[in-house]
Design a protein around this ligand. Structure first.
Ligand code: NAP
Length: 287
């Protein structure tokens, strides 16, 4: 009889609070099945108070784990080493247990850029309007500046936008400016929403005045629930190219899997999984 979990099963987890909404267990367990590895991935609801003890247990018996809100920064103090890219982002989403040494990574930037590649969009050198200045924005801006983009940030709190600009300026060839949402002028190649505005259940909200969309060719929303936010729907009706948050989610997970297992995801199987999970999410989100 073939058992799903054995004494030798390698364990992986997602630490977050909450975690019940997460799609990561579906994605990672699908990767493991395709790779035919004896691994399993579970959601672990972890309150901020429980983080220290949970990490102690995971260090003993898990091969790796993801961290999500609210632990992406807090986890750093429990790690033995942090990858330089994650250090610059100031946040961790992936931890590898290297024989008891916990090493932190951030794979969001990788997923963020893969989404452009999948859509056949060359983002190098483009003028970008970035809405938001939190963790998602941080990963996005580093990758955009690395590719010589000019990025204008607008954010609800000015101090957070200033801190983001200060932290990333000088590390990359691209340039950054900060604007108030009422002062947006001119045209942009691309607008990127990195705020949760428009996310389920608040699906009627938009992060910017829709009139801004008239001057923008590509609109990318990091949200994947709903599949098409009000922002993306408005942009599509105006003829812009649109990208939702699913490719970023999928490929940050693929990169975490590569860090943990050292195995590439076979190309064709990866494409099939992408389509299958995307199809599943579209159905789940509309019922
Ligand atoms: P975060 O670190 O908490 O940052 C949230 C950002 O949104 C901040 O700039 C915040 O502004 C702004 N914001 C929050 N509520 C707002 C509101 N009501 N009106 C205007 N601005 C508001 O969160 P995050 O980790 O960056 O995540 C943000 C979104 O990106 C979420 O929807 C998340 O699901 C998505 N995301 C998706 C992926 C993916 O793989 N697709 C990866 C990462 C994130 P203040 O600075 O003023 O608070």
């Amino acid at each position: 009889m073939e058992l799903a979990i054995t004494g030798g099963t390698k364990l992986f987890a997602l630490l977050g609070y909450p975690v019940s909404h997460s799609v990561s267990p579906i994605i990672h367990n699908s990767f493991f099945r395709v790779q035919k590895t004896n691994c399993t991935y579970i959601p672990l609801k972890t309150s901020p108070e429980a983080l220290r003890e949970t990490v102690r247990v995971l260090r003993e018996s898990f091969e790796g784990f993801n961290v999500t809100i609210p632990h992406k920064q807090a986890i750093i103090e429990y790690l033995d080493e942090v990858d330089p890219r994650a250090l610059l982002y100031g946040a961790i989403n992936t931890v590898k247990n290297d024989n008891g040494r916990l090493v932190g990574y951030n794979t969001d930037g990788y997923g963020f850029i893969k989404a452009f590649e999948m859509s056949g969009i060359e983002i190098e050198g483009k003028k970008v309007l970035l809405v938001g200045a939190g963790g998602g924005a941080r990963a996005a801006i580093c990758e955009l500046l690395r590719r010589k983009c000019h990025v204008d940030i607008i954010n609800r709190s000015l101090d957070r936008a200033i801190a983001l600009k200060q932290d990333v300026s000088g590390h990359f060839p691209g340039s950054v400016a900060i604007y108030g949402s009422e002062n947006i002028e001119g045209t942009y190649d691309c607008l990127i929403n990195t705020t949760p505005v428009g996310m389920f259940p608040n699906i009627d909200s938009m992060p910017i005045d829709p009139r801004v969309l008239e001057r923008i060719g590509i609109v990318y929303d990091l949200i994947y629930n709903p599949w098409e936010t009000k922002l993306l729907s408005a942009a599509r009706h105006r003829g812009s190219k649109i990208i939702n948050g699913f490719p970023m989610l999928f490929f940050q997970a693929a990169e975490a899997n590569r860090i943990w297992t050292g195995l590439p995801l076979p190309n064709q199987a990866g494409q099939e999984l992408f389509r299958k999970i995307a199809g599943h999410l579209k159905i789940v989100q509309t019922v």
